[in-house]
Design a protein around this ligand. Structure first.
Ligand SMILES: CC(C)(COP(=O)(O)OP(=O)(O)OC[C@H]1O[C@@H](n2cnc3c(N)ncnc32)[C@H](O)[C@@H]1OP(=O)(O)O)[C@@H](O)C(=O)NCCC(=O)NCCS
Length: 187
C-alpha cells in the first residue's frame, strides 16, 4: 500500500480500571497493522467466532445499539464474532455473505467500552475473515458511523451502485434510505 500522508492514531486498549494507550500508524485512513481473526490475550479481550447459543445475546446487544436485528438469525454462526472481557460480551460484528459480496453488519460495542479500540478490532477481524473467504468487496449501511468506517477505507456510494445481492438483504430493505449511508470497501 502506498502511503500518501500518514498520521498517528491512538487506540486505547481498555480495561475496566484504566486504559493503556498504544500508538499505531494509519496510512491513507486505513488501520495498520491488520488485525487477526484470533484472540487478543494481551489485554484480556478475546474475539471469538459465534456459536448458535450466542444469537440471543448478540441480538440484545445489536438492539440496544439501535441497530436492526432483522435477519440476524439467517447467517448467524462463524460469520459473526463477539468480543469478550472476563467472559462478558462487550462487542460484536458480523459479515453476511451475499453472492460474491460481503455485508458488514451488527458492529456494536457496549457503551461503557467504546473509544477503547474494540470496534476497530472487531471490524479488522471481520474484514480479514471476509478476505480469507475470497470476498473482494464488502458493503455496509450506517446511519451514525460513516466516519468510523472511512478509517478502514470504506467509501460512500449511491444506493443504485449496490449489487442486487446487497439490495436483496434484510439490512438494505429496512435501513432508512434518506438517513443511512451505503459504503463499499474493495480489497
Ligand atoms: C461505532 C462503534 C462500533 C465504534 O466502536 P468503538 O469501540 O467505540 O470504536 P473504536 O474505539 O475502535 O474507535 C476507533 C476510532 O473511531 C472513532 N469513532 C468511533 N465511533 C465513531 C463514529 N460513530 N463516527 C466517527 N468516528 C467514530 C473513535 O473516536 C476512534 O477515533 P480515535 O482513534 O481517533 O480516537 C460504537 O460506537 C457503537 O457500538 N456504536 C453504535 C452502533 C453503531 O452505530 N454501529 C455501526 C453501524 S453497524
Amino acid at each position: 500500500m502506498t502511503a500518501i500522508g500518514s498520521c498517528a492514531l491512538q487506540l486505547n486498549w481498555g480495561n475496566s480500571t484504566g486504559n493503556i494507550r498504544r500508538k499505531i500508524t494509519v496510512s491513507r485512513g486505513r488501520y495498520s497493522p491488520k488485525g487477526s481473526m484470533g484472540h487478543h490475550p494481551v489485554d484480556g479481550i478475546v474475539i471469538r467466532p459465534c456459536v448458535a447459543v450466542d444469537l440471543e445475546s448478540v441480538t440484545g446487544m445489536v438492539t440496544r445499539a439501535q441497530l436492526s436485528a432483522g435477519g440476524l438469525a439467517d447467517q448467524f454462526g462463524e460469520r459473526y464474532v463477539v468480543a469478550e472481557f472476563s467472559g462478558q460480551m462487550i462487542g460484536c460484528a458480523g459479515v453476511e455473505i451475499r453472492g460474491v459480496h460481503g455485508l458488514l453488519r451488527s458492529v456494536a460495542v457496549t457503551p461503557d467500552r467504546r473509544g477503547a479500540g474494540i470496534g476497530a478490532r472487531l471490524v479488522r477481524d471481520r474484514l480479514d475473515w471476509a478476505r480469507s473467504q475470497g470476498i473482494s468487496t464488502v458493503y455496509l449501511l450506517t446511519e451514525t458511523a460513516a466516519g468510523f468506517f472511512r478509517r478502514f477505507g470504506f467509501e460512500t456510494i449511491t444506493r443504485n451502485e449496490a449489487p442486487q445481492d446487497i439490495q436483496d438483504s434484510h439490512e438494505y430493505a429496512v435501513v432508512c434510505p434518506s438517513s443511512a449511508e451505503l459504503m463499499r470497501l474493495r480489497f
